[in-house]
Design a protein around this ligand. Sequence first.
Ligand code: NAD
Length: 426
Amino acid sequence: MSDRYGHDVVVVGLGYVGLPLAQAAAAAGMRVAGLDTDASVVASLSLGRSHVDDLSDDDVGAMLAAGFTPTTDASVVADASTVVICVPTPLGSEGGPDLGAVVGATRSLATHLRRGTLVVLESTTYPGTTDEVVRPILEAGGLVAGRDFNLAFSPERVDPGNPVYGIVNTPKVVGGHTPACTDAAAAFYGKVVDTVVPTRGTREAETAKLLENTYRHINIALVNEMARFCHDLDIDLWEVIAAASTKPFGFQAFHPGPGVGGHCIPIDPNYLSHNVRTRLGYPFRFVELAQEVNASMPAYVVRRVQDALNHDAKALHGSRVLVLGVTYKADIADQRESPAVPLARGLLEQGADVVFHDPHVTRWDEVGADVPRVADADLEDAVAEADAVVLLQRHRSYDVDRLAGLSQRFLDTRGSATPRPHVERL
Ligand SMILES: NC(=O)c1ccc[n+]([C@@H]2O[C@H](COP(=O)([O-])OP(=O)(O)OC[C@H]3O[C@@H](n4cnc5c(N)ncnc54)[C@H](O)[C@@H]3O)[C@@H](O)[C@H]2O)c1
C-alpha cells in the first residue's frame, strides 16, 4: 500500500457487516480505521469489546494490536486509500427505503475526500443508489467519480453465525462506476477475499444482492404457504421437503417457520419492489405476495397454539405459553425484525400468560415487562409447567426432543421435534 496514506482502508459503520470487514482487512495486513457515529460503539471497541456475534473480544483485541483505530472523527477519511460504507439501510415509516445513514455517512466523508481515493458502498440498497445518491454528494466538492476518485458498489453477503462461509471464502461481487473503478475495487477486495466477481456496473452489483435476498424471501413464502395446507391435509411437509431434497439437481430446500426476520430478508426485497413501483408504476408481484404470506405467519402460529390448547379443553386466554428462542435466527443474539415479537404480541392480545427463554437474550426489550424471561436453570420446570410451549428458534443448546417430552403441548415451528400425540410440527 502507498505510504501517502495513513490508513489503507476506513470502514464506515462498525456493525455486523463493517466490523468483520475491518477484521478481514486487518488480517490481510492493512492499516485499518473504523468510523462510526455511535460513540458508545467506538468506546467499547477501543476497550477491546465486541458487540457483534461473529467476533469475540479476543478478535477485537487482535485487531487493536494490529493497529485498528476505531473513531468518531470523519477526518480519518482524508488520509485513507479506500473508504467502505457499511451503514444501515432500514425501511422508513411508510415502508420505503430509508437512506438517511447512507446519505449522512457519504456527506461526512465527502468533506474529507481526496483525489485518488476509492469509495465503495456495501450497504444493501435499491439499484441506482451508488450513481444517483452517493455520487452527487461525493462530487459536490468538485472531484469527479471515475476521473478524480474511484467509486463502486460491492454487496455484503455476511451470514452471521455461519461456521463455514465468512468474508474471505465468500465470492465478492464488485461493480464500478467505470471499468477502471471496477478494477480499483477488485484490486482492493482481491487482497481480502479469495474470489472477486466483477459486474458491468454498480446497478448490476446492487441488483444481484437484491435478487439473492428476494429469492430467499419468495422461496420461504412458498413453503410457508404450503405449511398451512399440508397441515390441513395431514401431510408432513418436513418429510415432503426432505424427499424433494434428494433430487440432485434443480431443487434447493427451503423450510417453513414462524415468519422471516433479520436485517435482510424482510427488508431488502421491499427496496426493490418500492423502487420498481415508484419508477415504473407497476408492482413486483412476487415480492408483494411473499411479503404478505411471510408477514402472516406469526398470526398463523398463534392460531396453531390456540388449536393445540383446544385439544386439552383450554382457552388461550389465561393459559401459560412459553416461547423458546426469540432471536431471528439460531445461535446468534440478533433480534432485529424477529417474528417472535408480533407472535408474542398476538398471544398477549388473546389474553395468554406469555413467558420466554432464549440463551442469547437476557432482556427482550421489544415486548417489555409483559413477557418475563425464564432463568436458564428453571427451563425444564418452565417447559413442564406451561400449558403450551412454542419453539421459534432451534438454538444449538436446546435438546428439542427432551424439552418436547417434558411439555404438555409442544409446537415446533422448525421441524426438528419427533412428532408425538402432544408434539406437533408447523
Ligand atoms: N447484518 C447482516 O447480516 C447483513 C448482511 C448483508 C448485508 N447487510 C447490509 O449491510 C448494511 C449494514 O448492516 P449492519 O447489519 O452491519 O448494520 P448495524 O446496525 O449492525 O451497523 C451499522 C453501524 O453503522 C453505524 N452508523 C449509522 N449511521 C452512520 C453514519 N452516518 N456514519 C457512520 N456510522 C454510522 C451505526 O452506529 C452502526 O454501528 C445494511 O445495508 C444491511 O442491509 C447486512
